[in-house]
Design a protein around this ligand. Structure first.
Ligand code: OGA
Ligand code: NI
Length: 345
């Protein structure tokens, strides 16, 4: 296979088209209230973006811009270290937090390395995915000694983005005709996590992907990206892969599987992937908002009725999360757990 290990090679239909195309991109929403004056206008912009795209970018989001710069510098400083330094915080099947360089998405290896940590540390999680097993275990972060200040910058960034996460969940709740705080209770013991992604230059960007096509399993994802580009979204209207244009000071937001279930598919979680390139490394920093382990995820009662019956059976988020985590470590013979497993046909 030459320079790239077979494990990274995408099947032909999933490979990137590397031609640059100019097409209608995802919406850009200004969250500053002085700009919109009318909150209802903002709420309807958010609602339309969730309905039509599942993805949008926000500016004037309240996350201090110097912190956005600092987290990107910290990510680079961490990944620039020698492998033996990064391996000191390597994650494994027991502790899924820390450094990792061989994640698979849909059974193909991603061209990336990552560092993961929990927003709320420690948190509790079921010990196994088996429904009859009610044993719990504690999950906690692994922090590297180097680079200095890494932990402080990560935690400060996560605190600020968490505030934005609640603000967006409130706007999304309003856009569905629900009280603004409708989702807040689900996040009291949140399993949310933050990830630093590093995509090194790749000798064969036409064969491998930084992250293969996938949907995010949480409620909402907020991503900071640098100016390199590579994130692509599968446009709902026609299935075309649309690039998410790096926009100065903006954050990328996407609806995850849980909002799809809560909204009974009024808003859908959309497939996305990351294309790599042969010249520039890329960094991105997502925060995945995950509810508490004991939350039973199901279509909200206010949003279902006789004409619009629930499209999903309830599922326990902790169990789902444990089952999903397990599958990230090795190439499995079968597809990992999906919300479609709970779909009522
Ligand atoms: C992810 C993801 C996008 C990016 O990590 O789930 O979709 O731009 N990342 O790195
Ligand atoms: Ni994703």
């Amino acid at each position: 296979m030459g320079e790239v290990d077979q494990a990274f090679i995408q099947s032909i239909q999933h490979r990137a088209n590397l031609d640059t195309i100019e097409i209608e991109g995802i919406p850009l929403i200004n969250l500053s209230l002085s700009h919109t004056t009318d909150i209802n206008l903002l709420v309807s912009e958010i609602g339309n973006a969730c309905k039509n795209w599942g993805f949008f970018q926000v500016i004037n989001h309240g996350v201090p811009l110097e912190l956005l710069d600092k987290i990107k510098v910290a990510a680079k400083a961490f990944f620039d270290q020698p492998m033996e330094e990064k391996r000191k915080v390597k994650r494994d099947e027991v502790n899924p937090m820390g450094y990792y360089e061989s994640e698979h998405t849909k059974n193909v290896r991603d061209w990336k390395e990552v560092f993961d940590f929990l927003i709320k540390d420690p948190t509790f999680l079921p010990a196994s995915p088996e429904l009859e097993d009610d044993e719990m275990r504690t999950l906690s972060n692994q922090w590297p000694e180097n680079p200095p200040q890494f932990r402080e910058v990560c935690q400060e960034y996560a605190r600020e983005v968490e505030k934005l996460g609640y603000k967006l969940l409130e706007l999304i709740a309003l856009s569905l005709g629900l009280p603004s705080n409708r989702f807040n209770g689900y996040f009291e013991d949140q399993l949310s996590r933050m990830r630093l992604n590093h995509y090194p230059p790749c000798p064969c960007p036409e064969l491998a992907l930084g992250v293969g096509r996938h949907k995010d399993a949480g409620a909402l994802t907020i991503v900071a990206q640098d100016d390199v580009g590579g994130l692509q979204v599968k446009r709902k209207s026609d299935g075309v892969w649309v690039p998410v244009k790096p926009t100065p000071n903006a954050l990328v937001i996407n609806v995850g599987d849980i909002i799809q279930v809560w909204s009974n598919e009024a808003y859908e979680s959309v497939e996305h992937r990351v294309v790599v390139n042969s010249e520039r490394e890329r960094f991105s920093i997502p925060i995945f908002f995950f509810p508490s382990h004991y939350v039973m995820v199901k279509p909200l009662e206010e949003l279902v009725n006789e004409g619009n019956p629930p499209k999903y059976k309830p599922y326990n988020f902790g169990k789902f999360n444990v089952a999903r985590n397990r599958s990230n470590y090795k190439k499995l013979e079968v597809q990992n757990i999906q919300i479609s497993d709970f779909k009522i046909i």
